[in-house]
Design a protein around this ligand. Structure first.
Ligand SMILES: *Cc1c(COP(=O)(O)O)cnc(C)c1O
Length: 465
């Protein structure tokens, strides 16, 4: 067994990392000067770094390690599958047991009528699949001009050209361009953009931008709408209660396809198997990845409803697929992950224990002088930082300056919490226990206190004019 337990000193690892490893979404030259933090082990909600720090992971890796780190069953299943059949493809009229078993299991837990899965290696790939799927669907239905997909500003759907184009992040579009035939409407971000409206009125208004866009483009040109039930990378934006019902009404009225990007919200994150269930959404396609395998193997996919699957299968080949679609080791590991989620009642734990406990702690955090609101659904939450709660003011400093400083304090206190602009976000492993939530909250509070002190000392606790 070649276990990497001993390693060279951190500084040497950092130097090699800087010399040879290009990090995603990173200013690599700035990182080279600072040195990356190097993780060496994980167990439950805890990470260990190369300096021996015990860090509590408030982000479940990248929103994916739903069952927590270090479950030995996962490695055992992976080894058994590698020994049995390490690889085979699912092209050319072949299949294998893990892909079959996983697809059947997903059909069992997915909402009614969603019985078919097309596998990919990641969430980005699955969303690329979705672009081709919805366009092919309308081709077959004899309406090939229905090609435009409507998405949302500040949505995140991955970072391949297709996924990045569906996403509404201009920073991504600026690097490499954006596919034609994808347009964006406003996001249901009341805290940031709701002005004097109530959240409910704002939610309806933002949803109705979909109707206006459909009418503007002509429904005969629109293939689909895509949205995350809760925007994740955009800052954990929990939509007002009125938003999804109005979106659903519009999608139904105009008969366009609805894609729910469940890459984060799937597999228990919001307290149900899927975010669509939490928000009462009836999608035709759901994008999945991340929590599907709890990050133990790279795997994603599109769960497709009966009608769309039937149409796609009705006219010869669908000319699309990946070498690793339904990879047997990844599929076997994902299946074991679903077994753990199900048999250990992890989603019930989120609903009955972890969410109520964290919600109570979040309400206390909302009292902190730096915190404007703290919102939570299931185990994904965010904290809006503000110099003035009453007016939901933004900081005078460039957006993200304060969030970054707060994240640095969290890092220093061995807590992983991300910032998106001036929002702090968390999405811990779903198995987090109340006593671990206590640790997370205590470290978050210390970090907020230190951040506030620093802001005051540097004259940054100032609202934008
Ligand atoms: C992470 C994410 C993706 C992209 O998944 P990758 O596996 O990183 O390609 C797509 N959609 C959402 C909502 C995500 O959070």
């Amino acid at each position: 067994m070649n276990k990497i337990t001993n390693h060279m000193p951190t500084a040497e690892l950092q130097a090699l990392d800087a010399a040879h490893h290009m990090h995603p979404f990173t200013d690599n030259s700035a990182l080279a000067k600072k040195g990356a933090r190097i993780m060496t082990a994980g167990k439950g909600v805890w990470l260990t770094d190369s300096e021996g720090h015990k860090i509590i992971d408030g982000m479940a890796g990248l929103w994916c390690v739903n069952i927590g780190y270090g479950r030995p069953e996962m490695g055992e299943v992976a080894k058994a599958q590698m020994d049995q059949l390490a690889y085979y493809n699912t092209f050319f009229q072949t299949s294998h047991v893990p892909a079959i078993a996983l697809a059947a299991k997903i059909a069992e837990i997915a909402p009614e009528g969603m019985n078919h899965t097309f596998f990919a290696g990641s969430g980005s790939e699955a969303n690329d699949t979705n672009i081709r799927m919805v366009r092919r669907y309308w081709d077959i239905k004899g309406q090939p001009e229905k090609r435009i997909i409507i998405a949302r500003h500040n949505g995140y759907h991955g970072s391949t050209l297709g996924g990045g184009s569906l996403g509404g992040m201009s920073g991504i579009h600026e690097h490499g361009g954006k596919l034609a035939g994808i347009v964006h409407i406003g996001e249901p971000n009341w805290w940031d953009q709701g002005g004097d409206m109530t959240p409910e009125a704002f939610g309806v208004m933002r949803a109705q931008e979909l109707e206006a866009m459909i009418l503007n483009l002509g429904v005969e040109n629109v293939a689909a709408f895509i949205g995350e039930p809760v925007q994740g990378a955009g800052g954990v934006i929990i939509p007002p209660s009125t938003y999804w019902p109005e979106i659903q009404r519009i999608v139904d009225k105009y008969g366009i396809l609805l894609i729910a990007d469940e890459v984060i919200t799937g597999f228990g994150r919001t307290g149900n198997w899927f975010g669509s269930q939490t928000f009462g959404i009836k999608p035709h396609i759901m994008t999945i990845a991340k929590g599907l395998s709890s990050g133990y193997q790279p795997i994603g996919g599109s769960i497709v409803c009966d009608e769309v699957a039937e149409v796609l299968g009705s006219q010869g080949d669908f000319n699309h697929g990946y070498t690793y679609s339904g990879h047997p080791v990844a599929a076997a590991v994902a299946l074991e992950n679903l077994r753990i989620l199900q048999e250990e009642k992890v989603i019930e734990h989120v609903q009955k224990v972890a969410n109520p406990y964290l919600a109570q702690k979040f309400a206390e955090l909302a009292e902190h002088p730096l915190v404007g609101e703290a919102t939570l659904v299931g185990l994904m939450g965010s904290i809006a930082l503000t110099p003035d709660k009453a007016t939901r003011a933004k900081f005078a400093a460039e957006t993200g300056t304060v969030g970054y400083r707060c994240r640095e304090r969290c890092f220093a206190n061995d807590l992983i919490m991300r910032h998106v602009g001036d929002r702090m976000i968390i999405a811990p492993p779903l198995v987090i226990k109340p006593e671990e939530i206590d640790v997370l909250i205590a470290r978050a509070k210390t970090s907020l206190d230190e951040c506030l002190q620093g802001l005051k000392a540097d004259g940054l606790m100032v609202a934008r004019a």
